[in-house]
Structures are given as C-alpha cells and as structure tokens.
Design a protein around this ligand. Sequence first.
Ligand code: DMJ
Length: 452
Amino acid sequence: MKFAKYFLLGIALMLPFSPAAFSQQSFSGKAELAEKVKKEFLHAWNSYRKYAWGHDALKPLSRSFRDWHSESLMMTPVDAFDTMLLMGLKKEAEEAKQLILSGLSFDKDITVQNFEISIRILGGLISAYELDGDKRFLQMAEDLAQRLIKAFNSPTGMPYRMVNLKTGKTSGAESNSAEIGTYIIEYGTLSRLTGKPVYFNTAKKAMAELYKRRSSRGLIGSEINVETGEWLNKESHISGGIDSYYEYLLKAAILFDDKDLKTMWDSSITAINKYLYDEKGGELWYGVSDMNTGERISTTYGALDAFFPAVLSLNGDMEKAEKLQQSGYKMWLLAGIEPEQIDYATMKITSPYYLLRPENIESAYYLYRYTGDYRYITMGEEYLNSIIKYCRTDNGYCALKNVMTGEKMDAMESFFLAETMKYLYLLFAPEETLDFNSYIFNTEAHPVKRNY
Ligand code: DMJ
C-alpha cells in the first residue's frame, strides 16, 4: 500500500506541471487544511465562549468583551452561526442557536449603524433560517428589518446612517455610497421569504437614487448627503465607502434576475474599467479618480479593495480577476501579512494595520472555484499560516496595529468568524460543503439561495 502510494507520487512528480496533476497529488492536503481551519475557528470561538459569552465581540488580549451599544446584539454568535453549520460543528451551532433564540431581542432603545447591523445581523439571521430551517430566525430577521427600514425614510429614499431600534428616530444624513447601497441581498431575500415586496423595493430605490447621481463619466463619489443628494466627497474608487454598492449591483442582478440592476452594473463596471483601472509595470490595480473629470487622484489599493477579483470573476472577467488577485497577493506578502492600504506606485505601506479582514481570501476562494487552479489553494494556505503566525493569541485571534512591527490590537471583529474563517474553510473543503453556484454571499459572507 505504502509502496503504491509513493510510486504514484513519484510518477506524478515526473509529469510536466498541470493543475489537474497537481491538484490530484495534493488532494489530501486540502482536507488537512480544512481541518486546520476548523481547529483554529474553534480556538477563536471557545475563547469568545469563555470571555465574551453573549456579548458582541471578544477582546482577546484583555480576555474581556466589547459591546457596540449599551446592550449587546450578540454580533459574534449571529455572524458565526452559519460558519459552524458549514463546518459541521453541531454542538457549537446548537449552543449558539439557543443563545440567540433565547437572549437576542431588538426591542432596545439603542441607535445603531444601519449598514453594519444589516450585513452582520440581518444577513446572519436570514442565512441561519435558510441553512437551519428554524422559523424563529426568520421572525427575528423580519422584526429587525421592520425597525431598520425606517432609516430609508429620507427625502431622497437613500437611508440615514443611524436609526434607533425602538423609536425609529434617524440621524446621520451625511453618508457614503456603501452604506446607502448595500441592502438589497438581505432585503430582497426577505421579500422572497415573506412575500412582501416592500423590502426589495426600498433597497432598490436607494441604489437607483445613488446611481442617478453618477457623473457624466459614469462614476459615483464616496460621500453624499441623503437629504439633499449633494456629493460631499467626489473621490471615486472601489474601496471602503463604495465597495459593496458595486458588489450588490452585480450580485442582486444575478440573484433576482433584475434587468435594471444589470443595466446599472454594466454601466458602472464600464466606467470603473475606464477610469479606475490602472496598469503599472505589467501589474493590474484599481486606483482613485475624480468622479467628474475621471483624472487619477491617488494610487492606493488595500485590504478592502481585495474583494474585487471575486466580483470580476462573478462577472465572468477572469483575465482581470486573476491579474488583480496576483497584485493582491503581492500586497499581502509585502510585510508577511496584509496591510490595510498601500500605494501601488511606490509599493509602500500607507496604512499599516490588519483587522483580520477576509476580502483577499474571499477572492482566492472564488478564483479557485472558477479555475480549479491549485495556485489559489497554496495562496490560501499562505494567508492562513500568516494569520496564525501573527494574529493567534492564547485567547483567540487579534487584529494588528502594525503589520511591520507585529504590534497587536485588543480586538477580534465578528467578521473574522463570519467571513475570514468561512472563506478559508470553503476554499479547502470539498465542493459539496456549499454548492458555489447555488448561493450568493452577502458582503458579510452569509450565503442565500439563488433559486426558490
Ligand atoms: C465586513 O464587515 C464586510 O465585508 C464589509 O463589506 C467590509 N468590511 C468588513 C470586512 O473587512
């Protein structure tokens, strides 16, 4: 048996390189990597359990917790629940489910950030319902949505940034494109599940209002007043502050087979590829330009931009997707772990922290699913190992204040368990774990079914 294994391995090594030969040879490696991710997920989850149970997030260095508001919204368990289901962690999933169902209520006099609560908690509850089937998750999701939807009550239909869960009082008229245009996956799915079109229509209207205010070049800016519709910041890019608006245009066009959203996406990606696309020394990057003139303002790219290869690949543009992912990989390797932002013209780090973000890994996962190229497995393995090397502590995982010095931060964001660990796991796990072509992920990596 042993002889046969080494004989076959020897033959495989003599074959000229081809992804198929390589992936067969390394098959058991993927299973081991998936197990390794699961073990590290448990390490983080058990630390949350021990020091932050019932609270929003773990503070791994001080072995304590952080709540975003005066009362907890159980952000980490809600965000992590579907990852547990996908990993087959039945005991942990059951415990998290009981905690959420018995202890989480939205009848609280607290003012929340509409965007964050929608992508993390509303998205988490909807996926929990779809994957687990317990109707109480759907009831909670609708209760939350009925409170959050009041944020859209502005003169333009673009939502305020903040809304009080009990009183519905809104605040924060000065908002950004991402916080205006990232609701339709959650709201549209809720419309499908409840038969009430109001959710889908409200989210779509906000996107259309934003799109309507694009410049003659077809670009949008990053900050806008939702009462007057006036742009406050005309910098156009694919980075934080705009990113998930584009992500949701494409994903929702696919998910709901919506022609208007498809038109909006098509014209947006044409403008992005004309004015933000930047080739430097054979490498592909996307920079920052003025939305009115189309002229380049800066050559920055960062951890948040690294979602874009996934979006490009979902759009079928594999050439740009693979090329951009190579640039993202280079950025990750600069200091051994991904910095928040670099200047790609000088390859200098302009923002040195690492918040345990998932986007670069998310793109590696999409590219592996689309190409089957084993290079994305080894890329993911490097990402995983560097996160273990730099961010693992005795009590969970922590963000880094500075990737160049390795200085740690006392924070483990819930998206580490919702997204970073989920995408790593799905990258290495067997394809049947989640049929990639049957689901669309919200921007917090919560999967929703494509077809009903
Ligand atoms: C997440 O909350 C979401 O992915 C969002 O779209 C961007 N920021 C974080 C992760 O980096």
